[in-house]
Write a protein that binds this ligand. Structure first.
Ligand SMILES: C[S@@+](CC[C@H](N)C(=O)[O-])C[C@H]1O[C@@H](n2cnc3c(N)ncnc32)[C@H](O)[C@@H]1O
Length: 186
């Protein structure tokens, strides 16, 4: 995951796609799930948020992220499917750069996103669908589990079930990027 190709893609494709979907500079509290070694945090720092919290399951990734010394950024070890210490309605923006397909508990992570966002808050999320994962595994031997991932239709249904409205999306070649809004009044 910490390879130059991954960083290139995140910087020149994935982050700009999020910007096209509406990610912009705003004074807000950001949570990034599956922050890895903090490369996404460095990109999100361009938005000049009030606060940034990055959470990742792997302590060694969290340590690498901390070593970036990004001003105001806080990194914590934790499980995206059960966010301990993140209060209900405490975040304006949640960002996920492609981690849900690694998680058997991905539906719980979406429920957690809905819980921690303020009403009207934004979720920026990008994931490969099952078909995309299989094709890339055949080509690049990435070694995902045989049952890893979900269809993008399942992902979209789960967003709706948790009170999200898909504001904008871009789907290409079985990969989906989304800007979803938590409905007001939930
Ligand atoms: C493919 S890497 C992506 C890292 C980073 N978001 C990026 O785009 O480079 C997947 C990351 O998700 C993290 N992860 C997997 N399951 C997780 C979970 N349940 N909760 C939080 N992070 C998780 C892994 O530790 C890993 O850092």
């Amino acid at each position: 995951m910490n390879n130059p190709l991954r960083r290139f893609s995140q910087r020149f494709i994935e982050f700009p796609v999020f910007q096209k979907l509406g990610l912009q500079q705003m004074k807000c509290d950001i949570l990034e799930l599956g922050c890895g070694s903090g490369y996404g945090a460095a990109l999100l720092a361009r938005l000049r948020p009030f606060t940034y919290l990055g959470i990742d399951l792997m302590e060694e990734q969290v340590e690498l992220a901390r070593c970036r010394n990004l001003p105001g950024a806080v990194f914590m070890q934790g499980d995206a499917s059960h966010l301990v210490g993140v209060a209900d309605g405490s975040k304006d923006l949640v960002v996920i750069f492609g981690i849900l397909h690694h998680m058997p508990g991905w539906r719980d992570a979406i429920r957690e996103c809905a819980r921690v966002l303020v009403p009207g808050g934004s979720l920026f999320l990008e994931e490969p669908g099952k078909g995309f994962i299989r094709r890339w595994d055949r080509l690049f031997k990435w070694g995902h589990a045989a049952d890893a991932g979900f269809d993008l239709a399942e992902l979209e249904a789960e967003l709706a079930r948790n009170g999200f409205l898909i504001e904008k999306k871009l789907r290409a070649l079985g990969f989906g990027s989304y800007h979803a809004l938590k409905k007001e009044g939930l």
